[in-house]
Design a protein around this ligand. Sequence first.
Ligand SMILES: Nc1ncnc2c1ncn2[C@@H]1O[C@H](COP(=O)(O)OP(=O)(O)OP(=O)(O)O)[C@@H](O)[C@H]1O
Length: 738
Amino acid sequence: MRYEQEFVDGLYARVDALRGDTEGSLTDALAQGDTPMQARLERDILVAERSGLLAALNSVDGSLCFGRIDLADGGSHHIGRIGLRAEDADRTPLLIDWRADVARPFYLATGHTPMGLRRRRHIASEGRRVTALHDEILDLGDETRTGHEDPSGDAVLLAAVNSARTGRMGDIVQTIQADQDRVIRAPHRGVLVVEGGPGTGKTAVALHRAAYLLYEHRDLLAKRAVLIVGPNPAFLGYIGEVLPSLGETGVLLSTVGELFPGVRATAADTPEAAAVKGRAEMADVLAQAVRARQSLPDPVIAIEHDREVLLLDDDLARVARDRTRAVGLPHNAAREHFEGHLLNTLTDMVAERIGTDPYDGSNLLDPSDITQIRDELAENPEVWAAIDRLWPRLTPRRLVAGLLAAPEEFLSAEDAAAIRRPVTRRWTVGDVPLLDEAAELLGEDDRVARSRAERERAEQVAYAQGVLDVSYASRTYEFEGLDDEDAEVLSAHDVIDAERFAERQEEDDHRSAAERAAADRSWAFGHIIVDEAQELSPMAWRLLMRRCPTRSMTLVGDPAQTAEPAGVGSWSKILAPYVEDRWVHTRLGVNYRTPAEIMELAADVVRAADPSFVPPSSVRSTGTAPWVRATADLPAAVAEAVRELTPEEGRLAVIAPRELHRALAAGLDGVTEGAEPDLTRDVVLLDPRQAKGLEFDSVLVVEPGRYGTSDLYVALTRATQRLGVLHTGPLPHGFAAA
Ligand SMILES: Nc1ncnc2c1ncn2[C@@H]1O[C@H](COP(=O)(O)OP(=O)(O)OP(=O)(O)O)[C@@H](O)[C@H]1O
């Protein structure tokens, strides 16, 4: 133990020294103030790098080194949250990052397949103090003993799964199990589906996979960012500290409801509305809604021009519309074509009227006259009013709000009734994929994009000018009105070329990749991880697939826990439209959360509906059976049960139907409830949907007869230690034994 303590002390000394250096260079860099452009650029890159390093160094305090492997050939490695090297000439490795290949046997080696190891040691610590060692001998012929043997090899794992919960998920880097490790490091580049029952570590594995991928493919992923999608904001709060604790900050955590920049979903859909909005057919409905806005005169539009009236009829407008549609561009991008066609049509009308030779019917106007007529028409507000009526510029918000206000044109009476609502500024989670789909169909107005591109180019040029002023102070170039020839001159001198312009421009944007991604609807993520993937609707999948053109994705979920009416039942149904059958399926089968006694009750409930159901097997039993009690006075019984179940250390959740919350909260001191409850409080009141993905030391489930099977299954599998059930009404099937 003394040796390990001294070794760990040495590591912390190295971390402290590095931290001091990093802080120092960061302070120096920030103090540089207004410097020439080139120096500023370098300074900013340095600041970003150092800030990331500092975050990683700060995050490891307390559990820097947690393991050691002794090799059969006599060497050994210490394993930790980050990699550290000595300051010697060889930069000798002191601590191996858990994600490095060298560390892998720490997670995988067994007596049967020792992978070159003689011994595996888990090092437990509190703060910087080493508190215990747990050794597993992997070379069965090895007689040496350390006095810290852990014959079953699971003391550290059991201590972790039995520890009091904090209301925030912790990392599992010390005790990743072999089947989990295989998922975390899976080399598959396409879609990887990870399925498993409650508590099998799907969320934990998904987060560690993000950290692993960022380590393994840092160049690519740090630039493109990793997106992690979770079911609701409370869940994202719950898992939000895992990656920072592993030193990773380059990740965007988001719900689907937050993935349309500028929109926050604050309203709720009825289950019927969510189901209709989530269907894949809504993509066609939106496409029809866009086409319906490309209208025709009914029967004519009269345009006053040059003291005459031009009558634009339905046939003429139809020709312009058909030609525009044939271009195949999104609606707003196509509008420029419509304008052109319509102006040509009107120009022909005017030219015919004023230019026709009364004797032979030929046209007397020359091309410059025609151009003049067109220009005059283009200045006439009535022409533009007609164009706006026939091919209006549309925003996704306007289109979707319009569709929801009057859906009967496109949907059956029943579906229309489910989603109809007055135009409002409040959006639901189910609206977000519709907005995103609408944005795709509408496209950007090309001119807006072009003028932005021009502005950006001007900025780039100005920026490059600054850089060049520094690097080539003796030469001056005139960048204003830079044309191709000038650009040639520049690249010929190898001063800076167009690509470098763009790079510099990117470098000059000091937001992290994750921050930029959050603000950009068209961002392509390097990898997407979806937790509770079974809940997403086909429309939500369309949105996510657009954000990940490479289809590099990890999807974790449990179909038995599907609650959302719009959720998709089978992985192949979800994935076939995007990757056909080119996806890999893996399964996790051990439940690390729920003790066997509780799992048995939960499994009975599902089996009552599906006799073929196979639950995950629990890694431990506690000897404490769950209890089920009938009561006539629910609030009083809940208050009493809460007193009974509240753990000395840790958290308790009361899971009850939403409509009972107010009555129950009144009898519970300091309980938190609401849309985004504070999960770090001792007692939290949740409805079953909110409980999804979370866990507590003790759980009290109220009125189980009012839940559907999957919601009840979720509720019953949230406890790590104790479960109580209170009911006034009849019990659901499956409770018989309890
Ligand atoms: N290898 C492990 N070592 C220690 N704890 C683990 C390990 N694997 C999972 N756990 C713990 O088990 C609990 C359940 O994990 P997690 O929430 O990831 O499961 P899940 O499969 O996502 O469950 P659910 O489907 O019910 O949301 C967590 O507390 C997690 O830290």
